[in-house]
Design a protein around this ligand. Structure first.
Ligand SMILES: NC(=O)c1ccc[n+]([C@@H]2O[C@H](COP(=O)([O-])OP(=O)(O)OC[C@H]3O[C@@H](n4cnc5c(N)ncnc54)[C@H](O)[C@@H]3O)[C@@H](O)[C@H]2O)c1
Length: 260
């Protein structure tokens, strides 16, 4: 084996992961760091972000925690600025932070839930891309990975505000790929199925028992919900040059949930 073969696939890459303090984001941060990246763990919850950083440091990885509400333009600008000041680049941007809505039917959704879910799950991605793209162009390229959902591909019980945001995430990913692909920026999205994270675990048990989506997940080819690490490994692949010919797609990582 020569030394080239032992180089980690994301060696020296600088990655920002939003919502890196919990669930999928935490697993992504740990995996990207294991694969050689220096990771900015951006989260509303600073203590949670610091906890992820500690887990990475325990494995001799390099990461820094930054507090941010991704729905606030000033916070996004600060994270992008501080990342470049600290590490000199933004090679990988993972727009992962997200929240659920009210889990009610359209006629019952409040204005507040619509605005909050659209701001956190969608507008934040516009904010982050608008900050990161000029830096990526300056560097000669980069990778943007947007975390959508199966609710970005099909109807689910997640509600209209979540469905609207996640379908739009699929769309804006195509748009960014179209606009910047020839300048070596790859934009891709992932549509996770039901993955056991605090987001899902905090839903009432009665809801999960009654949820058509959850039951469908159990009947899907995988026969089970996913683990955060099963999404994190795909993020690491998409962030790497192994995925160099993948532009604008949304990859379902859902155990077969959207097959039928
Ligand atoms: N878990 C699933 O089954 C599932 C399925 C499909 C898609 N997703 C998507 O995956 C992403 C991560 O979900 P998860 O299950 O890990 O959730 P989670 O609730 O476990 O973690 C979300 C993290 O985002 C942070 N966050 C929330 N609002 C924020 C804000 N305004 N600014 C910055 N950080 C914020 C939280 O503090 C938390 O650390 C979300 O976009 C979610 O919609 C999850």
């Amino acid at each position: 084996m020569n030394s080239e073969e032992t180089t980690l696939k994301l060696q020296n890459k600088v990655a920002i992961v939003t919502g890196g303090g919990s669930g999928l984001g935490r697993a992504m941060c740990i995996r990207l760091a294991r694969d050689g990246a220096r990771v900015v763990v951006a989260d509303l919850n600073l203590a949670a972000a610091r906890d992820t950083v500690a887990a990475i440091a325990a494995e001799q990885g390099e990461a820094v925690a930054m507090q941010a509400d991704v729905a606030r333009r000033e916070d996004v600008e600060r994270v992008a600025r501080d990342t470049v000041a600290r590490f000199g680049a933004i090679d990988v941007l993972v727009n992962n932070a997200g929240i659920v809505g009210e889990f009610v039917k359209t006629a019952e959704v409040s204005d507040e839930s619509w605005d909050r879910v659209l701001n956190v799950n969608l507008k934040s991605i516009f904010f982050f891309c608008r900050q990161a793209i000029p830096q990526m162009l300056k560097q000669g390229g980069g990778v943007i990975i947007n975390i959508a959902s199966t609710a970005g591909l099909v109807a689910t019980t997640a509600g209209i505000e979540y469905t609207a945001a996640k379908h739009a995430v699929v769309g804006i990913t195509k748009e960014i790929a179209y606009e910047y692909g020839q300048q070596n920026i790859r934009a891709v999205a992932i549509a996770p199925g039901v993955i056991m994270t605090p987001m899902i675990e905090n839903l009432p048990k009665e809801f999960l028992d009654a949820s058509a989506d959850f039951q469908k997940q159990l009947r899907a080819p995988s026969g089970r919900p996913g683990r955060p690490e099963e999404v994190a490994s795909v993020v690491s692949f998409l962030a790497s040059d192994d995925a160099s010919f993948i532009h604008g797609n949304t990859l379902a990582v859902d155990g077969g949930f959207t097959l039928f």
